[in-house]
Design a binder for this molecule. Structure first.
Ligand code: ADP
Ligand code: ASP
Ligand code: MG
Length: 440
């Protein structure tokens, strides 16, 4: 069994969907195909939710109507036969009727999750109409019947595996399954999701649950690049990454992968491949337990970081101080990314501002608190990077003009992280591209 996931741009145009159908029928290995929503759809659904949460029903209606027109145009190019068009039109009508009803009832967060689920529900159903038209036997596996998260919003692999296996058992004659990325049910049984970009997470969870031979993530670029191609002009694909390296890059901002999508594949040792739908023959990136080589592989950056500095002379020779500080973050379920300490101060970073005020209030009795917003973590990732000769001298040589605020070195063998003011991000990534990779 092989898992193939296609992202938004890979299904965003009718000709791309046609190409996806070709890619999944190139060999006879049984497959589970995970699809995202058409590109732009989830952003639009977010906008609808935002308009409704502000009580602006007119704005919501306008956005819904525009989106409906987009889908009507999409299906005229997707399918040719009248019967297929009728089916596709009926699917669109059903989902847009739902969105229109929602504008008339009172809005709440659970309803918002239902709105966000419409993109993947439509893309998979429309793709199945196309497969039927071209005579490809398949079965649509509803993700809401097997993909679930617990009360802490964490997917539980054993229960996903149990439900998915039972569903696959019921359809032994089928070699091609289609399912929705991103969407799931929560502990209350409501429709929920795996957070933005979550279709990658679905693919990895499905691959782990089905003991797949490989988890292929098909997107709009030929693999994980050495630096962020949205920021830096000249970047090159990385051939091979270990699970640890890929997980660090994903967590620290490489958008090609959802931040936490590597662990399920890693746990079940399923290789992950990053491939380009627009250039299917390109080698892409292979992610396995082996790193392939030692040294710097890639750089990623994560924006919107908040640095909190706690200064206190009471820390001098005191024990238990850090525990008390960490307990505050634990209480507000806010993970800490970076930490540095000195005899009289400790600096930590967080990326979730939701409880910042409450956290600062509870930290105040410990000392003098300073908060810096709009910071960026830049992570330099590679196998045994801390052992790589000259890494720190090269780094600081390259970054002479950048006011580096924190450095994290040695916490993991695969990562050196720097905290810089957000407005230095572009310059930092460009300088490191030259200093570490010789690319300009
Ligand atoms: P999909 O819709 O297929 O899930 P995404 O937009 O989520 O695609 O991810 C692919 C994009 O990730 C690329 O187009 C690229 O702009 C961005 N990206 C950011 N960092 C990297 C990186 N290091 N390597 C490759 N792509 C990256
Ligand atoms: N459609 C969702 C999003 O845009 C999930 C995904 O594409 O991975 O975030
Ligand atoms: Mg994505």
């Amino acid at each position: 069994m092989k898992v193939m996931k296609f992202g938004g741009t890979s299904v965003g145009k009718s000709e791309r969907m046609h190409q996806v159908a070709q890619l999944i029928t190139r060999d006879n290995e049984p497959k589970i195909v995970v699809l995202s929503a058409l590109s732009g759809t989830t952003n639009t659904l977010v906008a609808i939710g935002e308009a409704l949460s502000k009580g602006d029903k007119q704005e919501a209606k306008q956005v819904i109507d525009n989106l409906e027109q987009h889908y009507k145009n999409f299906i005229t190019a997707l399918v040719k036969q009248d019967t297929s068009r009728e089916k596709a039109n009926a699917i669109i009508a059903e989902h847009f009727e739902f969105l229109n009803i929602i504008t008339k009832i009172s809005f709440n967060e659970a309803l918002n999750k239902d709105i966000l689920a419409q993109g993947e529900l439509m893309s998979t159903k429309l793709f199945c109409v196309y497969l039927e038209e071209i005579g490809v036997k398949h079965f649509l596996l509803p993700a809401l019947e097997f993909m679930s998260i617990d009360a802490n919003d964490e997917p539980q692999l054993p229960s996903i595996r149990q439900k998915l296996t039972a569903l696959l058992e019921q359809h032994k004659d089928i070699a091609l399954f289609i399912t929705q990325g991103y969407i799931c049910r929560n502990a209350r049984g409501e429709v929920d999701n795996l957070k933005r970009g979550g279709s990658d997470y679905t693919a990895s969870l499905v691959a782990a649950a089905a003991n797949a031979s490989v988890c292929e993530i098909w997107t709009d670029i030929d693999g994980m690049h050495n630096n962020d191609p949205r920021v830096v002009k000249k970047t090159i694909p990385v051939e091979q990454l270990s699970f640890e390296e890929a997980a660090e890059l994903a967590y620290f901002g490489a958008k090609i992968l959802h931040p936490t999508c590597i662990w399920p594949a890693q746990q079940e040792k399923v290789p992950v491949k990053l491939l380009n739908t627009m250039q299917p023959e390109a080698a892409g990136t292979v992610i396995t337990k082996d790193a392939g080589s030692v040294g710097v592989k890639a750089i990623a950056a994560k924006d919107g970081i908040i640095a909190i500095n706690i200064k206190s002379t009471r820390m001098l020779l005191a024990y238990g101080f850090l525990r008390k500080i960490f307990e505050v973050f634990e209480k507000y379920r806010t993970p800490i990314d970076m930490i540095t300490t000195s005899e009289v101060a400790v600096s930590v970073t967080i990326d979730n501002p939701a409880f910042l005020d409450a956290i600062v209030k509870e930290l105040e009795p410990f000392g003098n608190i300073e908060v810096d917003r709009d910071q960026t973590i830049v992570s330099i990732v590679g196998n045994d990077i801390a052992q790589t000769q000259d890494i720190l001298s090269k780094l600081f040589e390259a970054l002479k003009p950048v006011p580096v605020r924190m450095v994290s070195y040695g916490g993991s063998r695969h990562n050196v992280s720097l905290l810089i003011p957000g407005n230095y991000k572009t310059e930092t990534l460009q300088l490191l591209n030259k200093g570490l990779f010789g690319l300009e």
